[in-house]
Design a protein around this ligand. Structure first.
Ligand code: KG4
Ligand code: ZN
Length: 344
């Protein structure tokens, strides 16, 4: 089954073609970083306008790279939420137009759920149950993935998402945008043990809170007690974040009695987290799955992959196109939650 995936949930315009949920034929990601850089964060209106300008070119490029024509597709999958409403609408309208004109079934998927499915693209033997940590610019969710479409939220952030904390700390230190990759790189030159920032564990709760940690970094810099370098500061901040994420993910896996932790979202590209979590999990005989770096951050291959699984489960006969028109009343859901288990 050939699925065209479209994602315009935030500031990347992405279109991919994936065969049978595993084989990536193309995965085009057009980044808007240069547009938003000068503001130190995503400007929603600018994001929507840029999506609109380039979405058709990105669709064309994805098809060309995959070496297929639109009439060879079996289905179109598009992100219906969560995300920025204006940005989501561009992807949704594009998907609906293509589905209508080419008489294809259309499936709307949850972007966070797709971040987890990025792992199914790579690890064909991965099977639930497992604990999943979705860590991105907008979300920090610890999820018990019991089976396909059976999720339980164990905890989530009470304030800033973890990627947001990386971005805000980088912005405060004038390090550039997006902050996560910059802090990841700069931390390698610093000493993570030099400055000990608080570890926001919130007792035994599986919830997260990174806003206080971000303020602790700001207060430290403002008071400038010692003359530590930016590399030491960000390395100390990053260490605090990864210790909290790691401890909670491992505790959750133990509590749910599963031997697997599956990561997803932009922050799972963090090199220090990948190393630390793997080492700690091994000590507890837990296996950790991370998507390849290019599949951690936003991309449409993961949308097409999830679309494939939804199609297989809910639309028995894909070639029977009788569902296509019904799906044209799909709408975007900017605040869609992963446990709102209605992704079609
Ligand atoms: O999943 P994603 O591409 O978009 C959202 O759905 O939000 O995640 C983007 C977030 C940004 O906050 C970015 O700073 C962070 O992921 N990020 C990282 C790294 N690469 C991207 N954070 C820490 N270390 C990284 N290497
Ligand atoms: Zn994302």
């Amino acid at each position: 089954m050939l699925v065209l995936g479209i994602d315009t949930s935030c500031d990347d315009t992405s279109v991919a073609v994936v065969e049978d949920g595993t084989k990536i034929l193309s995965n085009i990601v057009s980044s808007q970083d240069v547009i938003h850089k000068k503001y130190g964060g995503v400007v929603p209106e600018l994001a929507s306008r840029r999506h609109l300008e380039i979405i058709n070119f990105v669709v064309e490029k994805a098809l060309k790279e995959a070496g297929i024509k639109l009439n060879a597709l079996d289905c179109i999958a598009v992100t219906r939420g969560p995300g920025l409403v204006g940005a989501l609408l561009i992807g949704m309208m594009t998907a609906k137009s293509l589905a209508y004109v080419h008489d294809l079934p259309l499936v709307g998927v949850n972007h966070l759920e797709a971040h987890i499915y990025a792992n199914f693209l790579e690890f064909s033997s991965l099977k639930p149950p497992f604990v999943s940590l979705v860590i991105s610019g907008g979300h920090t969710d610890l999820i018990y993935f019991h089976d396909f479409d059976q999720y339980k939220i164990l905890g989530r952030t009470r304030d800033d998402a973890v990627g947001e904390a990386f971005d805000k700390v980088a912005k405060f230190l004038n390090l550039g945008y997006p902050g996560g990759p910059v802090i990841d790189r700069l931390s390698r030159e610093g000493d993570a043990k030099k400055i000990r920032f608080p570890r926001p564990f919130l007792g035994k709760s599986f919830d997260f809170s990174f806003s206080g940690l971000k303020t602790a970094v700001v207060n430290y810099v403002v008071s400038r007690k010692e003359n530590n370098s930016a590399a030491d500061i960000v390395a100390g901040f990053q260490q605090s974040v990864i210790e909290v994420l790691t401890a909670k993910a491992i505790n959750a896996a133990k509590e749910m009695k599963v031997g697997k932790i599956v990561l997803g979202g932009g922050v799972s590209a963090n090199s220090a987290l990948r190393k630390y979590l793997k080492t700690q999990a091994k000590k507890n005989r837990i296996k950790v799955y991370f998507p390849a770096l290019c599949l951690c951050t936003d991309n449409a291959a993961m949308i097409a992959c999830l679309g494939y699984y939804k199609m297989k489960k809910y639309f028995k006969d894909v070639k029977n196109r009788c569902f296509s028109l019904q799906q044209l009343d799909l709408n975007v859901e900017p605040n869609l939650k992963i446990e709102e288990n209605f992704s079609l």
